[in-house]
Design a binder for this molecule. Structure first.
Ligand SMILES: Cc1cc2nc3c(=O)[nH]c(=O)nc-3n(C[C@H](O)[C@H](O)[C@H](O)COP(=O)(O)OP(=O)(O)OC[C@H]3O[C@@H](n4cnc5c(N)ncnc54)[C@H](O)[C@@H]3O)c2cc1C
Length: 479
């Protein structure tokens, strides 16, 4: 009887032990984040992160990419997939020398105030590596839909535009064995004896710790983080931010700063101009050349020579003048009449049968607008504009059937980041390397521009930054 009772008690105790053991195990699991090891850990699955992964894996390294959103590609997906590429060895039929490509960088850098950047030597070095990068990607199966020149930049456009490019990088990375963890956000760098040895992250598997021989931060910029924009670029706090990926909240910058990295001076936005409706913006973008319009403020006064008429330059001019929008005045042509009329229905465009009607519709002083048009047309007649618009673009405005299109400054990313060497190694204030840590793409793009972004530069330069960092990371893993 006693024996039977003892047996029951012991069974109960064992069961209890098992249950409490299980609970304790679960608690232990909760407390102890799952540890994973790899050669190369990339945080951020945008263009520069995926490029890092492709080139590290191509050298035989084991690579994991963390992407906090449910999809890879970052801002690259909505881009037009245009990459500045130099020294292509025949891929581009034309002048694709570094020397010629540099002219656009130096000319654009001369616009507006002086930030202390760009660093021409660094641009020249990165540009000189772009041809090798793109040729290698073509060898891996990337297809190019066309090549073109933009100012003095030589450009390849990837088949399928930005989305096609991002998809190519993702599938190529996966085909080389790269593991991509979606919905998994890097939170903190693990630093031991001054060197970065991994990342703490949170994702579908809960909290995890990933140990790696090299960590590459590729989390993009911070244009979707209003607090950071207001703190670091107060002049741009009110700029409309709707175009870069929502993932651009500056996480990698916080992680790097906590590990001893330093920010570049004078951060800025990659400024562009837009209409709030992306759909209409797309339609108008291809049909209206700003240079062919006369641009005024809400008072009906011209304030820019419309010369560069790149959307980026106009955006910066608006910010410098403290305007949150401008009005581009034009007459309709057979090419754009339909889209302008559609804009009226969408509330993006205002029309007047004559100057008086347009001024009334814009709540503008008719006399001021009339005088502005008279002065502008006089400049068109002589070919000499007091604001310096190029004679070729001085096309007189007819005073009937006038349209006004509103443009707003916006941002498509940031020009900022943590200081790196030309090989993308992250450095401290004293210039020493933070061992094991690299930063690519908008995480570290300040040295490429003054305040004006250059079309096609991002994808071209950041893909190459990814290759440089990825290959060094593979080498650090003995591959
Ligand atoms: C509308 C538009 C058009 C453009 N057109 C062009 C063009 O034609 N040519 C050109 O050169 N450039 C263009 N650009 C700019 C270019 O697309 C970007 O500068 C470039 O894609 C930035 O690449 P990135 O890898 O640095 O960052 P992103 O592409 O922004 O990628 C960063 C990734 O990191 C992820 N991430 C962020 N935080 C974390 C975290 N904590 N953990 C894990 N993942 C994280 C993000 O979700 C994102 O996927 C355009 C941009 C826009 C918005």
């Amino acid at each position: 009887m006693l024996k039977k009772g003892m047996k029951t008690l012991m069974t109960l105790a064992m069961l209890l032990g098992l249950v409490t053991g299980c609970t304790a195990n679960k608690e232990a699991q909760k407390e102890e984040p799952k540890a994973i090891t790899t050669d190369v850990l990339v945080v951020g699955g945008g263009i520069s992160g995926l490029a890092s992964a492709v080139f590290a894996a191509d050298r035989g390294a084991e690579v994991i990419v963390l992407e906090k959103l449910g999809m890879t590609g970052g801002s690259g997906i909505v881009s037009s997939g245009a990459l500045i590429t130099c020294e292509t060895n025949g891929l581009i039929d034309g002048d694709d020398s570094v020397e010629t490509n540099l002219i656009n960088f130096t000319d654009t850098a001369a616009l507006g105030k002086d930030s202390g950047y760009p660093n021409i030597e660094r641009i020249a070095y990165t540009l000189s590596e772009t041809g090798n990068t793109v040729n290698r990607l073509v060898d891996m199966g990337m297809t190019i839909s066309r090549t073109m020149s933009l100012a003095t930049s030589s450009i390849v456009v990837v088949d399928g535009a930005g989305a096609g490019y991002a998809n190519f990088l993702k599938t190529t990375a996966e085909s080389k064995g790269v593991e991509i963890k979606l919905n998994c956000a890097g939170k903190e760098l693990i630093v031991e004896d001054g060197a970065v040895v991994g990342v703490k992250a949170t994702g579908e598997e809960g909290d995890i710790e990933l140990r790696a021989k090299t960590v590459i931060l590729a989390t993009g910029g911070f244009s979707q983080n209003p607090e950071k924009v207001a703190e670091w670029i107060p002049e741009c706090a009110e700029v409309y931010n709707g175009r870069a990926t929502v993932g651009n909240t500056g996480d990698g910058l916080d992680m790097a700063l906590a590990a001893g990295a330093v920010l570049y001076d004078n951060p800025w936005l990659m400024v562009s101009t837009t209409m709030p409706s992306p759909e209409y913006n797309r339609e108008v973008g291809s049909l209206i050349k700003l240079a062919d319009t006369m641009i005024v403020n809400d008072e009906g006064v011209r304030f820019t020579n419309e010369n560069p008429s790149s959307y980026s330059t106009l955006g910066n001019v608006l910010i410098e003048n403290g305007y949150d929008h401008c009005l581009a005045l034009m007459n309709a042509s057979d090419e754009n009449r339909e889209v302008l009329e559609k804009g009226i229905a969408m509330g993006e465009v205002v029309k007047g049968a004559d100057v008086a009607e347009l001024a009334a519709a814009l709540n503008m002083d008719e006399a001021v607008l009339t005088q502005t048009i008279i002065d502008y047309n006089a400049a068109c007649a002589t070919g000499e504009d007091p604001l310096g618009k190029a004679a070729d673009n001085l096309i007189a405005l007819q005073e009937t059937e006038l349209y006004a299109v509103r443009y707003y400054p916006t941002s498509i990313g940031t020009i900022a980041g943590v200081k790196t060497t030309e090989n993308c190694e992250v450095i401290r204030e004293d210039g020493s390397l933070i061992e094991g840590l690299y930063a690519v793409g908008e995480m570290s793009n300040r040295e490429f521009y003054n305040y004006h972004y250059i079309g096609g530069a991002s994808l071209g330069l950041y893909t190459t930054m990814g290759r440089l960092a990825g290959e060094q990371a593979a080498e650090r893993a003995g591959k």
